[in-house]
Design a protein around this ligand. Structure first.
Ligand code: NAP
Length: 284
């Protein structure tokens, strides 16, 4: 059984990965207190004592707004933390997989689905730090696999954290009869967490590099929200209104193409589009 160290195992992705994969792998899931990724010493001594075959690095500061307000802390966790793990992974020749983000594309002005070869220059600290982490980790250890994940969603699950996400926000608005505004000038993939988790085992055999990892979506976020109301067969369209003013400088297109990961995995990595995924999630 492969031994995998999962950092951030108490988080949104980590808790669901552990629940889904605990019978398939031998999982090491140290908490933040005993395993602070910002301490090279803590990382090295844990790695020396436990010698995992692979590291799935999910620990991060994942809140973009918080990173914007606390750039030093974001740099420490989201860049230095990744460097510490990449260095330890190289020393142990362990596969190193970590979650970057589609936010690395948020300064791009191309339209359509974006691929990994495009030059990027993100416009916020979170995106810049994720990009820097990709660069540093692949320099330190060429077997590093960096996954540019999209915004993910799930329903609330007992004992697991669930951030506000696309489906929860819309369902709450329906329940409370409030309105929500969605940007017409934003394009992004939105992915059900179960698809992310079921695809993760295939990343263990990817060769080192940067890969987009999530649902493709060609609709803007407003159109995606309207399509979700259709899937829910909810008729009160007025709960969603178009926000045409957000992202005035350039269209915020962070929609990813999955071609590279699909081909590199021989077709094993497969995601539904955002709309197909929402339909499947709602059993339609
Ligand atoms: N959620 C999304 O939609 C999304 C989208 C794109 C990319 N991502 C990326 O995917 C990864 C997983 O995200 P997530 O949503 O699961 O994040 P999350 O729910 O915020 O969980 C973050 C985890 O990191 C741990 N952590 C934070 N600082 C740490 C430190 N210094 N040392 C050790 N552990 C630390 C937290 O533990 P404590 O709570 O105990 O501090 C928690 O378990 C992150 O890299 C995130 O940036 C997420």
């Amino acid at each position: 059984m492969k031994k995998i160290l999962v950092t951030g195992a108490s988080g949104f992705v980590g808790s669901r990965f552990v629940q889904a994969m605990q019978s398939r792998y031998s999982l090491l899931t140290p908490g933040h207190r005993e395993f602070d990724i910002t301490s090279a010493e803590a990382v090295n001594s844990y790695m020396d004592a436990n010698r995992p075959d692979a590291i799935l690095h999910l620990a991060a500061i994942s809140n973009t707004g918080y990173c914007e307000e606390h750039p030093e802390e974001s740099h420490l966790v989201n860049v230095i933390g990744v460097e510490n793990l990449a260095t330890a992974a190289r020393r142990h020749e362990a596969k190193f997989i970590f979650f970057s983000s589609d936010q690395v594309y948020n300064g791009n002005s191309e339209t359509g689905l974006l691929d990994e070869a495009l030059p990027v220059s993100p416009e916020n600290h979170y995106g810049r730090h994720k990009l820097l982490a990709e660069q540093r980790a692949t320099e330190i250890y060429e077997a590093t696999v960096a996954l540019r994940a999209t915004w993910m969603y799930d329903a609330a699950r007992e004992g697991m954290p669930t951030h506000k996400n696309f489906i929860i926000n819309i369902k709450e608005a329906i329940e409370n009869a409030t309105t929500l505004r969605f940007a017409t000038r934003e394009y992004r993939g939105i992915t059900h967490i179960d698809e992310v988790i079921s695809n993760l085992p295939h990343t263990l055999t990817l060769k080192g590099g940067v890969y987009n990892f999530g649902a493709e979506n060609t609709l803007n976020t407003y159109e995606t929200a309207l399509a979700y109301l259709d899937i829910l067969q909810y008729r009160g369209k007025e709960i969603i209104s178009p926000d045409t003013a957000r992202f005035p400088e350039h269209i915020r297109n962070i929609s990813i193409s999955m071609k590279k990961a699909r081909e590199a995995s021989g077709g094993a990595i497969q995601f539904s589009t955002t709309i197909e995924g929402l339909k499947r999630f709602e059993g339609r």
